[in-house]
Design a protein around this ligand. Sequence first.
Ligand code: MV4
Length: 453
Amino acid sequence: MFDKILVANRGEIALRVIRACREMGIRTLAVYSEVDMHSLHVQLADEAMCIGPATASESYLKIDRIISAAEVGDVDAIHPGYGFLAENAHFAEVCESCNIAFIGPTPAAIRAMGDKACARDAAKKAGVPVVPGSDGVIDNEQEALRVAKKLGYPVMIKAVAGGGGRGMRIAHNDVSLVKGFHTARTEAERAFSNPSVYLEKVVINPHHIEFQILGDKHGHVVHFGERECSIQRRHQKLIEECPSPLLTPDLRKRMGKAAVRLAENIGYGSAGTMEFLVDNKGNFYFLEMNTRIQVEHTVTEEVYDVDLVKLQIRMAAGEKLPFSQGDIAPHGHAIECRINAEDPANNFRPCPGSVELFHPPGGHGVRIDSHVYSGYIIPSNYDSMIGKLVTYGHDRIEALDRMSRALDECLIRGIKTTIPLQKTILRDPDFRRGRYSLDFVNNLLGIENKPAE
Ligand code: MV4
């Protein structure tokens, strides 16, 4: 096992990794930007090194500075968390060439799944259903028109280097397709230095459901069921739950098998997530794969009673999976609210600044993963998530009631947060019945739903 790990991240996920390491007897080295000097991850790690100014491109994204810190601190491994360098294949390669273990998949796996057309192709080869669409990338407008005619409108134009909703466009007819094809390519070139796009038929009013998988470096893969992630606004998730109210045990089994087959096919040896669209007839389609630990891994941990970060570290150290699929079963229900420093009444405007009071809820079945404390100043340089509130219950209703109670108990003064909106969602009768899809939040806010924005 590793003796010392550098945590190449900040905020709650840095704490999450430091906590796992501490319990495993692994020493930790935190890195931080100048504005994060007083952060909890700096205080709770065994050691800390400043790696540059607040701007992420000058600190948390600066590969040479992170590698220098790793060399000076003499660590065996780097945990990238999520965001920043977590899905940067070049960074994983640099770690390898410096003899530092990257706690994640191989550079080849990151690269293959980072190309969304390539991921789609891998899914097809593994016999995993994908949304009807183009075979690989579309090179010119004639080809786009031909494929769209075959699929039928509306179609989605997606950047191969996109993902998470970035670089997507919808077309309802030949005219908007030709226009969208060119603007999507121009935008993708600017955003990702890669203009390639592919086409998919639009799935109407789907659920976004993702499967947690875990592979070792010896060819074994298991899954830990799904997370329902349909409560989102502009691709920012607000609430996630495990299990999904939509899935039957049979559908869970079939989707889980598909996710595992795809991971095995690409030789995946770490924690990862397979994203699917699911319609209410029970059809499911692979969308893309995330080759990192995700924000919402916590709900899976509660329901499957596992520590995914510890397991991810053990897999990176070369251990074999300590269980097989038959040993893994869900128990109860978990919900997560992402608490963001944003004003939901003001178009979700970020609200950085001083947190005058932070009193997190507690009690049975309540988990808080947060780096905030009373007196903490939220910098404006990073994302606005200030914590995750997770509740567990024997069933969905208990988890929901516990979440409402915990949100009421949560006192945050000095900044606006998403909590009022989350309280409203929890009171919604359709949400309580578990009847909701990707359109839910827009409908609640009275925003018109374009088939896929
Ligand atoms: C889609 C879709 C409908 N049909 N593809 C958005 C994020 C990216 N992962 C893919 N996304 C979508 N792809 C087809 N063919 C609807 C979405 C989508 C969505 C997906 C996941 C989570 C939130 C979403 C919000 C709007 C649209």
